[in-house]
Structure formats: C-alpha cells, structure tokens
Design a protein around this ligand. Sequence first.
Ligand code: SIN
Ligand code: MN
Length: 265
Amino acid sequence: MRLSSEQIRQFETEGWFFLPEVFSPEEVALLRDEAQDIFRTKREEIWLEKSGAPRTAFAAHTYNEAFRLLGADPRLIEPVEQVFGEQLYMHQFKINAKAAFNGEVWQWHQDYGTWKQDDGMPEARAMNISVFLDEVTHINGPLMLVPRSQTSGTLAAAHDLSTTSYPLWTLDDETVTRLVNEGGIVTPIGKPGGVLMFHGNLVHGSAGNITPYPRKIVYLTLNAVSNYIRRPTRPEWIAHRDFTPIAPVPEDSLLRYARSAPKAA
Ligand code: SIN
Ligand code: MN
C-alpha cells in the first residue's frame, strides 16, 4: 500500500495520518479474538494495570500466527518503508488493551525519547503504525496527538516509574502546554480496522477508559534497519535484537488465515 503525495505531505507537516477501515471486519474479528485469548494467558510479556486489568501484551507476533502475519502485512510495512526509504525491522510489537472501566492513562510523551534512552536508538527513524481492533471513539481513551510537535526534536523528559505499571519517559506540563498552544490536540477516531501512523517525536498520550467500551490497538514499531539499536537495556521481547529486514507477506495472507483458522471454521 503506497501513500499518495498528499498523504506524505500531511505526514511530513502534521506528523501523523489516519487511514480508515484498512483491515476488513473479518480480519479484525480474528485479531480481536486472538488478542482476547492472549490477554487471558499468563506470560512475562503480558503486563497488567495496577488494578490487575490487562494493559499491554508484547511480542505477540513471535508466538501467535495471526499477529505474525499482521507484523509482515504490506499495508503496514510499505507506507513506513516509503517514508524512510529503506527496509525495516520490528523494534517493538505491542497490543494495548485499554480495558473497559480499567484502562489507565498513557502520560504525555514522545516514543523516540524512550527508544533513545532505554534502547540506544541513534535517530528518530522508527515509527509506530497501529491498527484499531475496537472502535476508537472520543470517550474510550483515544490517542491524543499534538500536531506538528515532531518538529521540536527530542524534548527533555523525566523517567516516570510510578504513575502506571509501564515505565515511560514523560514530558512536563509546561512543555506540553506550549506545544498544545501551538498545534492543538487531535484524537483520530474510527471503526475497527483503521490504521494510524505517527512520527517518533510526535507528542502524544491518552486518558483512562472508564467506559464499558474496550479500546484495543496493536502497535508495530518499525525501525529503519540502519538505525538498529546500539545499547539495549530492556528485555529482548520489549526491544527486539533481531534486525533482519521484514519480508512482507502477500496482502491476502491474514484474510486467508482468518478463513482457515480453527475458530473461524
Ligand atoms: C503509547 O503511546 O505507546 C500507547 C498509547 C495508547 O495506547 O494509548
Ligand atoms: Mn507512545
């Protein structure tokens, strides 16, 4: 899937873009079922909120066939390859549950801040591209993005180890206020199957979810192969050390698997 020059221009200016309903209901139903099964299992890669509700499942593409296919889906790989102009490897893969009633906040941050500090990534040549597994609305904890904030480079951040179960390099209120005064806040919303891509230095966060509606999103963090991480400190299943370029699978692979998987039969 190649981006149009208009989409590239929007990404370069605003730091993000959203494509509605890229994945079909059948594909998303499979991924959502598989995600629910994953969140019911106990593994070190699955992190809970302080309440015990599911928060994040890492590296599902390494042990689950549906997510393996998603991690090599050309609809996600090609746009990021197009922007970086080189092949990519999977730096991180996570499913964020943002559970009904219990999904907690993601504080204001830039992803590259964490990739740089914790993983020794040389440049902001990695990017999150995400797939909505549930409908994302204005009320169930959508991502909040600060448009154009990626042009500020990498901002000073503090390591927050206490707000949630997930350690994060977070931005202070003054910095966020200044950037929001300049760029505002947008909340891309849409039906399951939508795809959101945003720059590694784009400031973002999300509020807690107190609604009965879960908000699961899968994030592929794709890094340019030449930008491989130099000083990893986090476990291999959070910051991968396999820098092999991703070879995209045929675009109908996930649909074929959905139709042949035992549950869909
Ligand atoms: C993230 O910023 O890494 C996740 C935010 C979210 O899922 O709301
Ligand atoms: Mn983030």
